[in-house]
Design a protein around this ligand. Sequence first.
Ligand code: ADP
Ligand code: MG
Length: 236
Amino acid sequence: PRGSNPLAAAAAAGSEAPPGLAAAKKFEDLPISGYSKQGLRDAKYITLTAVQRAALPHALCGRDVLGAAKTGSGKTLAFLLPALEALYRQRWSRLDGLGALIISPTRELALQIFDELRKIGRRHELSAGLLIGGKDVKEEKARVHGMNILVCTPGRLLQHMDETPGFDASQLQVLVLDEADRNLDMGFSVTLDAIVSNLPRQRQTLLFSATQTKNVKDLARLSLKDPEYVSVHAEA
Ligand code: ADP
Ligand code: MG
């Protein structure tokens, strides 16, 4: 991890989104890397959805975000783009190891996120892996080393944390919990506690779900720092 975050000053200045960022309606107008812009263009993403307009200005300056918007509103890009950009700005390389962790409650959703990441992240020089149950854990163990971004289900992630020698999350920059309410409800809370105990406290945390989770205990367990609450009910 090297380099500085040009948006950090904006983040430190308070919860106002930086001018320009707040008004951005198109991905082209966001202060993001050419790599991401190209990936978004390749995938034919032009205009931000409502939740992306609301969450990206905060998430891109490194703030913690707790976002709620209904299914189909485009939450995936609202966390994938900030994760990619955080690593890009730090000039993260394959040698830097695990930089971003995205946790999804089900294999199917994890796979969808991974596909989206491969689409929009193609131009970045970062490696990404998928850790979900139902695949050969030995084969995963061999490949998990050196992955910069991992998309995983909670159980499988914890299994690697416990069993895979050298699995190192100590430099993690960004933690994403997608479908946070389901992740916390589906009996995963013990697993999540164990996962989070292996992560550095100094990191960016992004929580997204279809319903607003403001359960103080849940937020404390994930050690969110002064999160921005973003809630979108209108059509995306
Ligand atoms: P959610 O996680 O909120 O249920 P997704 O991130 O899965 O929603 O996105 C739902 C659909 O909308 C996907 O097919 C995705 O490709 C598409 N989508 C997301 N963002 C945009 C955008 N800015 N412009 C056009 N389509 C988008
Ligand atoms: Mg989703």
